[in-house]
Ligand binder design. Structure first.
Ligand code: NAP
Length: 322
């Protein structure tokens, strides 16, 4: 019998409910302590300052400065391992200030999210959801489905030509579509035209596709005037974050026919969707599922666990948020 004492499991603060597989796999490796079920999270964090080696969360959970400060009070500032690439709920400034590393799950979800964007473009313009209802509900027996709008060869304006934006652009190329993009700056080495003025991009585009981060910097980037620039023949596709769009302005534009339609995966106050976006054939609404395939979810879960393992083995996560 060796005299070595067993190494106690690392303690992770859990910031919200995790997908069942990730919950099970993380709990088999680490001591998880749920924060979101605490009646008084602020008091809990204050009482347990420095007691955790890290935190585990999904993009939609918040990670405020109080969590970061709790992690930073440990002998070695901990890690925040986030499932997803959206970091709008994480207080990154606090993490940087305190030397707390933050990892997300980039790349492994890119293709599925881009697939969903194309699916929304096709569903909106070709009216696939309403057409399905036409057959399923027996209306086809009474007459043909109305003509829809062509997708191939049209113009796509992408807001945020990052990993997902570029994957959307590649797919659009397969549909012989012209692609331009908007961001904070032009990207070198890409064959797409940059448009610094978002309203000008919207005016040019048949489909305005949002693939930028959420958060204060992009809040209501798509305003009433951008929607007006998109115009009555234009479609808005949002697989980014609901906060990027002024939803009141979107409802007004849809109801007045000032844009042709919208394909949405994300909303400002999920799972609540504004009533004005429901019940219209011109709007296709998905329940934030762009990355939700078994294959991609599994890869995301693995990357969360790999990031934690790498941090505890080497002091560095594999996919840090810059
Ligand atoms: P990424 O590689 O970091 O790309 C983000 C792009 O947004 C960059 O090209 C960036 O370009 C641009 N951008 C940043 N700030 C901007 C601003 N203020 N105005 C306009 N463009 C801006 O990220 P990604 O992996 O492609 O993911 C993009 C976003 O998709 C995520 O942040 C997340 O919110 C969302 N997402 C949604 C789902 C879903 O389930 N629906 C799944 C995954 C991701 P510049 O730096 O040049 O501006």
């Amino acid at each position: 019998m060796s005299g070595t004492a067993p190494v106690p499991a690392r303690r992770l603060l859990q910031l919200g409910a995790l997908p069942p597989d990730l919950q099970r796999r993380a709990a088999s490796r680490y001591a998880l302590e749920p924060l979101w079920t605490e009646a008084e999270p602020a008091q809990f964090l204050a009482a347990r300052r420095g007691a955790f080696d890290g935190a585990i969360m999904m993009s939609r959970h918040g990670c405020p400065a109080a969590v970061i400060e709790c992690l930073a009070a440990a002998p070695r500032p901990g890690v925040v391992a986030c499932f997803g690439v959206g970091y709008d709920g994480i207080d990154l400034a606090a993490a940087r200030r305190h030397g707390v590393q933050v990892s997300t799950t980039p790349d492994v979800l890119t293709e599925c999210v881009a697939d969903t964007a194309l699916g929304l473009m096709l569903a909106c313009a070709r009216q696939l959801v309403a057409a399905n209802r036409h057959v399923q509900g027996g209306a086809w027996l009474q007459g043909p489905f109305p003509l829809a709008t062509r997708v191939s060869g049209k113009r796509v304006g992408i807001v945020g030509l990052g990993r997902i934006g570029q994957a959307i652009a590649r797919r659009a190329g397969g549909f012989d579509m012209a692609v331009r993009y908007h961001g904070r700056s032009a990207r070198a080495g890409l064959p797409y035209e940059f448009e610094g003025d978002l309203a000008a991009l919207a005016r040019w585009a048949d489909f305005l596709v949002l693939a930028c981060p959420g958060g204060p910097q992009t809040r209501h980037l798509v305003s009433a005037s951008v929607l007006d620039a998109l115009g009555p023949e234009g479609y808005l596709i949002n697989i980014a974050r609901g906060s990027v769009v002024d939803e009141d302005a979107l409802v007004a534009a849809i109801q007045a026919g000032r844009i042709a339609g919208a394909g949405l995966d994300v909303y400002a106050n999920e799972p609540h969707v504004p009533a004005g976006l429901l019940g219209s054939d011109r709007v296709v609404t998905l329940p934030h599922l762009a990355a939700s395939t078994r294959e991609t979810r599994h890869a995301m879960e693995q990357l969360v666990l790999d990031n934690l393992a790498a941090f505890f083995a080497t002091g560095k996560v594999l996919t840090p948020l810059a």
